[in-house]
Each structure stands twice: as structure tokens, then as C-alpha cells.
Design a binder for this molecule. Structure first.
Ligand SMILES: *Cc1c(COP(=O)(O)O)cnc(C)c1O
Length: 900
């Protein structure tokens, strides 16, 4: 509850507009989640400015607005008069973020609950919830929401603090130096809790030691008379505490999570049971004096001192419980009441939360976030919960923000999974390192699946479940007899909860049971490209286009996907993983060098090199195990010699030129073709895998030429068949032929452009259901007015006729955003066309936004793709450039980052 007078006093804000409200239910800074009677706070963030949503907030029932004065003055006359007619309070402050911080400080002083601050690398939220649940047994207790844990989130959540609250349990996040100290200055905690220290959010800390120092500022920030609770089992914390003396922390009492024990005794911490009901643990006492005398006698003397249980899953949560237990006792709650409160603790969403999965599996949804420590804990829990005869499956995404630890962190998880899981599914390129290391550590390849999308990861798990023997048709999902237990985990940004949702037995419960289900979160995607000009690839579109092709040609026909030129500019590695999960069984590249990154990433599917392989690259071709295109006897012999030297086998495809006039033996030279096919079958080290041709006009309206080529190819095939020499894989069809000419599909088709959702030509539109996968985007870097009569860009080829508002964009011809002979002509901003003015420069260009007055620095600009109702397709751009869609997408240069 926020009282207007408290707020005005704390923030020194001015009440610009007064209505009837004296208080508000809570703060809100995201109109997508706003409920009536809340106070909307306009905050500037990395992805947008709350001041752009004032009218939206009012429409949704906000009772008041907290706005920055300067911005308010700049609002349009129309917006201001609309606001003036509303029954709302408008409070103006200089800086809304600072105002929230001042409010947080002030309200904690006014209502003075005892503030308990919880921090650490992992387990903060669970520990905060456990402490608050224990205290709530006896006291009015406030807890910060979910993981609102920074300088913005904590004040926002304190909007719900009330006068009755005796305790405020707050989670303190820490992703940059100085944050904990600043939070402590604002919140003035008297009790601090440190859960553990391990690599997490390290990108802004030079090392783990720096992070440890940062977290320890919680201790040094406590006032005299304060209490500090810490996990004594964490070696980094122990080492840290030895550095502090009575002088540095004069009168803070430090308590380990372990209970204090009677003199002369030592204690032993034990987790006694971990099962689907939760965990149980105890602290057993042993008498040290007589320990040496007789080991057996000592054992007898041992008895339980504290016994705790909760419904949380995972051995590491015993520490969570101990922390809450200790603080409960410290605050004067009866032990029996504390124990009772703990037994009622349930897993939080996304934190080792058990959910029934499809095909009688059990999901262990741990998707809220991931660090190396929490991933280890997750794997351990998976391992201890799975019954002996149920399969352990881990679906792991990337762990981010680990700074220099990034690679080793993933590899070390890879070494752990070997012992702890039966099947490993990874999603994303960092996570692929887990798979790579698991394989190196001896995990069989057929138990490892690497994917790039949520859909493919979930689909891979479904396939595994399908292959498992069915259980005795028990309809109830009894956790202990489930066929498989599936751990799902990854960093926040990897959104692994989408995989969980796809595997839930009751997916309609997702919005209640999973993390990040609010409308804001559903839309937010996190992956920042490394520069403000980027290509977005919709891998789900590529997966779905591949499935369309595969179902079109049927199960008898294989699908090879053409991945040359970095998958037509889409990013070969991720496209490769995606198409292979969705029905393709072979990949095609132009050169041996294009196969290298695929093999390096452990893509073991067959790869055919379409182009010329010079003799000096034959060894490399053999090393990579790619199939080679041959069209000369001499080269076939050279390849055979190389194969012999390396003691390897190389697969070859004979290329026939039936009318393309490109690579291949001319169809007229039948004897030569026959000879080469025969040689390829006989030369040592060579395996004849296929024969193929390529069409010149499969995409033309007039199909005469393609029919002619097909007839010639069929003639050759007849001759080979007569001689008993037909190779196992005969292929001819590119995308256009695959779609238009079923009789050209033979044993395998070779689509490229259709996989990317682009039409082969205006004569060959894609059937219903195909979607383009690529968008090309940038952001406005400056907006300004240019007077009439001024030149814009090199050569001043464009002179303004009237005062013109321009936006400068950080994209130029060195990104593939062509300057000449013709350029893009226009781009999309705020769902409207903005024409290019003057010449396109190497890294920048200018567009006219006079007619789009809301344009601001940072706004998204679409160069290819959809914005609002408008679509700027690769085909439209191609027409403007005097080119065609293939060249447009593959012409976006390598320095433009690809994100998905
Ligand atoms: C590029 C290529 C393909 C794919 O062609 P699309 O028109 O993109 O479907 C097939 N085969 C060969 C030999 C190619 O070079």
C-alpha cells in the first residue's frame, strides 16, 4: 500500500494533477501486467521507455502516474489534455528510478519492519521464501516478489509493504560491483543471510574473489547489534570470514546455518532421505570426549539433535531449511513451530519443481535460471529421484554471464552428466559444449542429442520416451514408477520453460505452474546481438519448412538441405542442427571449408560437397568424412590414393551435366560417365554413393528445358541400370523441381531456398505453410531536423526541399545493405515506410522520418521482415536492387551478427 503523502514527502515530488486517490495498491512499471488502482511508474529501461505507455496505463485503470517532469513537459498537447480529463493523480519527479529508491528508504523507516537481506550466488529466492514462511508462523511478514532483487525491483515490490508488517524479507541480487553496498544503504538491513558463493553473474566481476568480496559487503554493511547468518559449508565463505576481525565488524553476531550445539559435543549434518515427497535431514550429535575410546560406543551415543523435513527437492535445500530454521529460532519461534512451517515448504515454480510429463514421465522443472553450482545440484537431484529402472534425461540449455568461466563451466557439467544421466539433450551452442565434453568423457553418441530450438529439444525427448518400453498402463502418474525423469534447466535468457511447457502432461496449467508466464515475459526475448544491426533467424520456421518438404516427398525419399554460403546467410550450424531434427538426413555445402565448422561442432550427418575439391584439399575432405563430387577419372584416382594413404574410405557422387553447363561430365559423353561410375565402384578407398545432375530452369514458367534435362538424366540412368551400375542415391531436384516435378525427386531431393521459406522464383510460389525465417534489423542511432536546401550524405546527391526530420541508421554497404547500382529505397520504422535519403555509406545511412514524428533514438528498424502490418520481403528488396531473393539474403555480410 502506498500513501500519497508518504510518496510526495519521500520523493519530493509535486502533485501536478489531483483527483480522489489518497493511496494506491502497488507500483507497476509494465502496463502489460497493470491492474486497476495501481500507480504506474514510468521507467526508462534498456528496451523501451515507460513514458511512451502513459495512455496505455490510464486505459488499463491506473489510479496515478509517477512521471519525470522534463518528459511530461515534452508530451504532446493531445496527450496532456487526454491525461487532464482522467480521474488520476499525476506526480512529477526528476528521476523516477531515484524516486522509487527514496520511497523504499523512507517507507522502511516509517513502518520500520525488521529488514532481513538474503544474498548469495544461488538459492537466494528459495532461502528468502523459506525464511519468510517460517517467520510468517508468528509475525506479519513481507517478502519481496519473485526475484525482484535490484535497485529497481526491490523498491517496486516494497509498494506492497504495509504498516502491519513486522518483518521484511528481501532478496538482494548482485550482478555488478557496488550493488550490494548500495542496496544496503537503501534498505538498512539488520539481519543478513549469505547462502553461498560460486560462479554466477561474473561478466562484470574480474574473478570469483571479487564477487566474494562484493557479497561480503552485506556483512560489513550491518549495524552494531546486527546478525549475520552464513553457510559454514561453503569454503569461499569460510575463507572470507577469517578476513574480518572484531574491529571491522564491531558488534555483529555471526551465526553459521548449523545450530549451536552443547559444549563438548560435535555435530554431523546428514541428509537422510531424498525422494519425491521432499527431503529429510538431521543434525546428529556425537560426544567428542570418548570418541577415541571405542568407535562403536560413539555410534551408540550419537542421537538426532535436529530433524527437519520439507517438500523441497534436492539435497542442497537442506541448507535452505537450516538457514530458515536458525533465523526462526533466533527470532524466538518455538522449534516445533519452525519445523512445522518447514514441512509445508513446497518447491517454487521453475526450481526443481516436479510436474507430470507426457508419456508418464516426470518433469523436474528447474528452468528459472542456471549456474554451474545449480546445474550440478539439479543433476544430483535428478539422479537421486529417478527410480532404478526409470531413465534419467537431462535437457540442458546455455549457462550465461560466467565471464571467463563460460567454456570450462559447460565442460565440467559435461563430465558430470556421464555418470548422472542416461540421455543428454542440449539446446544452444554453449550447451553443445556440455554434449561435446560428455562424449569425450565416454558417453555413447547415440545418447546425446544436440539441438538449437525449444521445439526440437522437446521433440527429441518425446522420441526418446516413445522408444522406451511402456509401463504397466497405470493411468495415475505415480512419481516413483514413472518411465523417465526429465530435468530441464538453463539460464533465464534461454527460456527453457518453453521446453517444459511442450513436455507437460497438462500444458494448459503452464501459466500457473511455470516461470515467466506473464504477458510481458512471454514477449520479451533477451538475446542482445553484439551490435545494433543484426539478423534474426526463426529456427522454428526452418524446422517447420523442413518438415513440409519431408512430408511432401514422403518417407521413401531422403532430404538433403543445401547449406552453402552459411546456409544462404542464415547461419549454417544452427540451421544444420535444426533441419537434421526435422527430417533432413544429409547436408550439402559448396566447399570442403564449409564442412569444417559443422564437423567441429560434432555434426556427424553425411555432408556432400557440391563443388570442386582440389587435390591439396583431398586429405582434409577425408579427415572430415565428407562425400565428394567427382567428374574426372584422374581426380577419382587421386582421391583413391589419398584414401589409401590415410587408410580411410571416401564416398563419392558422380556429377552429370545434362544442360546446366556447369560442373559435371557432359551427358553426350556417355562412355566417359560409364567409365567413371565403374572406376568409382572399383577404386580402392572409394565408395560410389550417388549420381546427380542439376537443373538450370526448374523455376521457369516454361518447363521445356527442365523436362529435356530430366529426359537426358533418365537416359544415363537406363544405361547404368542395364550395366547393373546404378548407384544407391540418385538425385536431381533443387527446391523448384522438388515442388514442381515429382518425377525428378528420385532417391533424394536437394532443397535450399524453400527451407528458408523463400520462393524459388515468381513462377514457383511456395505452397501454403512455408514461412520465411530471416529478418534483417537495425536501430535508429540519431533523429534530427535538417533545414531546407541542405545536402545529405556523400556527394550531397540529395538536397532537402523542406525542413526534414531524418533518422541515421547504423547499417551500410559493408553490411550488404547495398549502395548501388540501386539501393533498398526504403525501410520500415513504426510500421511505416521511411525512404532512404542520399547515398548509403559504408556503415551508415539516412532515412526520412518527417512523416513518422514518434521516431526516437533506439527504435527498431526493419530492413527485411515484418513490422506492424507491413512486410518488407526479401523478394521486394530484390526487385528494388535489380537482383533476386537468393542474392539478397546470402549477401548480408558476415559482420552482421545472427541471433535466434
Ligand atoms: C544450391 C544448390 C541446390 C539448392 O538449390 P535451391 O534452388 O536453393 O533449392 C541444390 N543442388 C545444388 C547442386 C546446389 O548447388
Amino acid at each position: 500500500m502506498i500513501y500519497l503523502d508518504h510518496l510526495l514527502k519521500a520523493t519530493q515530488g509535486s502533485l501536478h494533477q489531483q483527483s480522489k486517490h489518497t493511496h494506491f495498491q502497488a507500483f507497476n512499471h509494465d502496463t502489460r501486467q497493470l491492474t486497476p488502482d495501481e500507480l504506474f511508474v514510468a521507467v526508462r529501461g534498456e528496451r523501451g521507455n515507460g513514458h511512451d505507455y502513459l495512455l496505455d496505463a490510464v486505459r488499463k485503470g491506473a489510479a496515478g502516474l509517477l512521471i519525470e517532469g522534463l518528459v511530461f513537459q515534452q508530451l504532446s498537447e493531445q496527450t496532456r489534455s487526454t491525461l487532464a480529463q482522467e480521474d488520476i493523480e499525476i506526480i512529477l519527479v526528476e528521476d523516477t528510478r531515484l524516486a522509487l529508491q527514496h520511497y523504499a528508504s523512507a517507507i522502511l523507516k516509517i513502518w520500520h519492519p525488521t529488514v532481513i537481506a538474503v544474498t548469495g550466488s544461488v538459492g537466494k529466492t528459495s532461502t528468502k521464501e523459506a525464511i519468510a514462511s517460517v517467520l510468517a508462523h508468528q509475525f506479519n511478514t513481507f517478502r519481496s516478489w519473485q526475484n525482484y532483487n535490484d535497485m529497481l525491483g526491490i523498491p517496486l515490490s516494497l509498494g506492497r509493504l504495509e504498516a502491519r508488517h513486522e518483518y521484511a524479507v528481501l532478496e538482494l541480487g548482485c550482478d555488478h560491483p557496488g550493488e550490494i553496498a548500495a542496496l544496503c544503504r537503501m534498505l538498512q538491513p539488520t539481519i543478513g543471510v549469505l547462502t553461498n558463493i560460486s560462479p554466477a553473474h561474473l561478466q562484470y566481476f574480474s574473478s570469483l574473489e571479487h564477487l566474494a568480496f562484493e557479497l561480503s559487503t552485506l556483512l560489513t554493511s550491518l549495524p552494531a547489534g546486527g546478525h549475520f547468518f552464513y553457510n559454514q559449508d561453503d569454503p569461499t565463505i569460510r575463507a572470507l570470514l577469517t578476513q574480518y576481525t572484531r574491529d571491522t565488524i564491531p558488534a555483529v553476531t555471526c551465526h553459521p546455518f548449523l545450530p549451536t550445539i552443547p559444549k563438548g559435543l560435535t555435530s554431523r549434518k546428514m541428509v537422510t532421505a531424498v525422494n519425491w515427497q521432499g527431503i529429510q535431514g538431521s543434525i546428529a550429535l556425537e560426544d567428542t570426549h570418548e570418541q577415541h575410546a571405542d568407535a562403536k560406543a560413539t555410534d551408540k551415543r550419537e542421537h538426532d539433535f535436529v530433524k527437519l523435513s520439507s517438500q523441497l527437492l534436492g539435497e542442497h535445500h537442506f541448507d535452505t531449511m537450516l538457514a530458515a530454521y536458525q533465523i526462526g529460532l533466533n527470532r524466538g519461534i518455538y522449534p516445533a513451530h519452525v519445523e512445522q512451517a518447514l514441512t509445508e515448504l513446497k518447491p517454487l515454480a521453475g526450481r526443481l519443481n516436479p510436474l507430470p510429463g507426457v508419456r508418464q514421465s516426470m518433469l523436474l522443472d528447474d528452468s528459472h535460471n542456471a549456474t554451474p553450482a545449480s546445474m550440478s545440484a539439479g543433476l544430483q537431484t535428478l539422479n537421486s529421484l529417478a527410480a532404478t529402472d526409470s531413465q534419467r534425461i537431462a535437457i540442458l540449455g546455455d549457462m550465461l554471464h560466467l565471464g571467463e568461466y563460460e567454456e570450462e563451466a559447460h565442460r565440467s557439467i559435461g563430465r558430470q552428466v556421464v555418470e548422472q544421466v542416461d540421455y543428454l539433450i542440449t539446446r544452444g551452442e554453449w550447451a553443445a559444449l556440455i554434449a561435446e565434453e560428455a562424449q569425450l568423457a565416454g558417453m555413447p553418441l547415440e545418447r546425446i542429442i544436440m539441438t538449437s530450438t525449444h521445439e526440437d529439444a522437446a521433440q527429441a525427448a518425446r522420441r526418446l520416451l516413445d522408444a522406451l518400453p511402456a509401463t504397466n498402463a497405470s493411468t495415475t502418474t505415480d512419481k516413483s514408477t514413472s518411465t523417465a525423469v526429465i530435468l530441464i534447466k538453463g539460464s533465464e535468457e534461454t527460456r527453457m520453460e518453453r521446453v517444459t511447457e511442450l513436455l507437460m502432461a497438462r500444458p494448459w496449467e503452464a501459466s500457473e505452474l511455470l516461470v515467466r508466464q506473464t504477458p510481458g515475459w512471454k514477449k520479451t526475448f533477451f538475446m542482445h546481438a553484439e551490435r545494433p544491426t543484426w539478423v534474426e533467424i526463426d529456427l522454428n520456421a526452418i524446422g517447420s519448412n523442413t518438415r513440409h518438404i519431408a512430408s511432401l516427398v514422403g518417407p521413401q525419399t531422403r532430404v538433403l538441405v543445401a547449406l552453402k554460403a552459411d546456409a544462404y546467410g542464415h547461419g549454417a550450424l544452427k540451421v544444420a542442427r535444426t533441419v537434421l531434427q526435422n527430417g533432413a538426413s544429409m547436408l550439402g555445402v559448396a566447399t570442403v571449408s564449409e564442412a569444417l565448422p559443422l564437423r567441429d561442432a560434432h555434426i556427424n550427418a553425411p555432408i556432400l560437397v557440391f563443388g570442386y575439391v582440389p587435390r591439396w584439399q583431398m586429405r582434409e575432405a577425408l579427415r572430415l568424412g565428407v562425400s565428394v563430387t567427382i567428374y574426372s577419372k584422374e581426380e577419382a584416382q587421386a582421391l583413391s590414393r589419398t584414401a589409401l594413404a590415410l587408410n580411410k574410405l571416401v564416398k563419392v557422387h558422380v556429377k552429370v551435366d545434362t544442360g546446366m553447363g556447369r560442373l559435371g561430365i557432359r551427358y553426350e559423353e556417355r562412355a566417359k560417365i560409364l567409365e567413371l561410375v565403374r572406376e568409382a565402384g572399383q577404386l580402392p578407398g572409394l565408395e560410389l554413393e550417388g549420381i546427380y545432375t542439376h537443373f538450370a530452369q526448374a523455376d521457369a514458367e516454361d518447363q521445356t528445358h527442365v523436362h529435356m534435362q530430366l529426359a537426358r538424366f533418365n537416359e544415363i540412368l537406363q544405361v547404368l541400370e542395364a550395366e547393373g551400375l546404378r548407384p544407391p542415391i540418385v538425385h536431381a531436384a533443387n527446391s523448384a523441381a522438388t515442388l514442381m516435378l515429382p518425377e525428378a525427386r528420385f532417391d533424394m531431393v536437394r532443397p535450399g531456398i524453400a527451407i528458408y521459406g523463400l520462393e524459388p522464383s515468381p513462377n514457383v510460389p511456395l505452397p501454403e505453410g512455408f514461412r520465411p525465417a530471416l529478418s534483417f534489423k537495425t536501430q535508429v542511432s540519431q533523429v534530427k531536423w535538417i533545414p531546407a536546401g541542405e545536402g545529405i550524405s556523400y556527394g550531397s546527391t540529395y538536397i532537402t526541399e523542406k525542413p526534414t526530420c531524418i533518422a541515421v541508421l547504423p547499417v551500410g554497404y559493408a553490411d550488404g545493405f547495398r549502395r548501388g547500382p540501386q539501393n533498398w529505397r526504403s525501410v520500415l520504422i513504426h510500421g511505416q515506410e521511411a525512404p532512404i535519403l542520399g547515398r548509403v555509406c559504408m556503415d551508415q545511412c539516412m532515412v526520412d522520418v518527417t512523416h513518422i514524428p514518434q521516431t526516437r533514438m533506439g527504435d527498431e528498424v526493419v530492413l527485411i521482415g515484418r513490422q506492424g502490418e507491413l512486410i518488407l520481403s526479401a523478394e521486394t528488396v530484390a526487385e528494388r536492387l535489380g537482383s533476386f531473393n537468393y542474392e539478397v539474403v546470402s549477401g548480408i555480410l558476415a559482420r552482421v551478427p545472427r541471433v535466434d
